[in-house]
Design a binder for this molecule. Structure first.
Ligand SMILES: CC(C)(COP(=O)(O)OP(=O)(O)OC[C@H]1O[C@@H](n2cnc3c(N)ncnc32)[C@H](O)[C@@H]1OP(=O)(O)O)[C@@H](O)C(=O)NCCC(=O)NCCS
Length: 97
């Protein structure tokens, strides 16, 4: 996730944000991330290849697993979703903390 970007008013329109976004995308690619998100000015980030996905809220955002479409048959997903079990509790507590 790329957050939060701002350029000093006296230095805007010189390509600084474009350079940072390009560098950020190199890092996303180098680390083989599947997803890159930005919470920002609606539709501004289309120019960098982003699509408007969900309305941001100030307290929390959520993307229910049921809203994530299945991978295309051609795609090999490295992840699988399953129900949590009691055995997962200690790991989940660590993640929440
Ligand atoms: C939005 C902001 C970060 C852009 O910074 P910048 O350094 O001027 O951006 P760049 O010079 O790298 O411009 C990148 C592209 O965005 C475009 N752009 C810049 N400001 C824009 C604006 N207000 N509206 C629409 N497009 C804009 C530029 O034309 C450029 O496109 P191009 O390369 O095709 O010419 C800057 O105006 C800012 O700091 N605003 C206040 C803080 C803010 O709103 N941050 C974003 C929070 S999500």
């Amino acid at each position: 996730m790329l957050e939060m970007v701002a350029t000093h008013p006296q230095y805007r329109r010189r390509g600084y944000i474009r350079a940072q976004v390009n560098r950020f995308h190199e890092m996303v690619s180098d680390r083989h991330f599947d997803l890159s998100i930005i919470w920002g000015i609606p539709y501004y980030y289309r120019q960098y290849g982003y699509a408007y996905a969900i309305d941001g809220r100030y307290s929390a955002d959520s993307l229910p697993a049921s809203a994530i479409p299945d991978a295309h048959q051609r795609e090999q997903s490295p992840y699988k979703l399953r129900q949590a079990t009691v055995d997962d509790a200690s790991v989940l507590v660590q993640l929440y903390q």
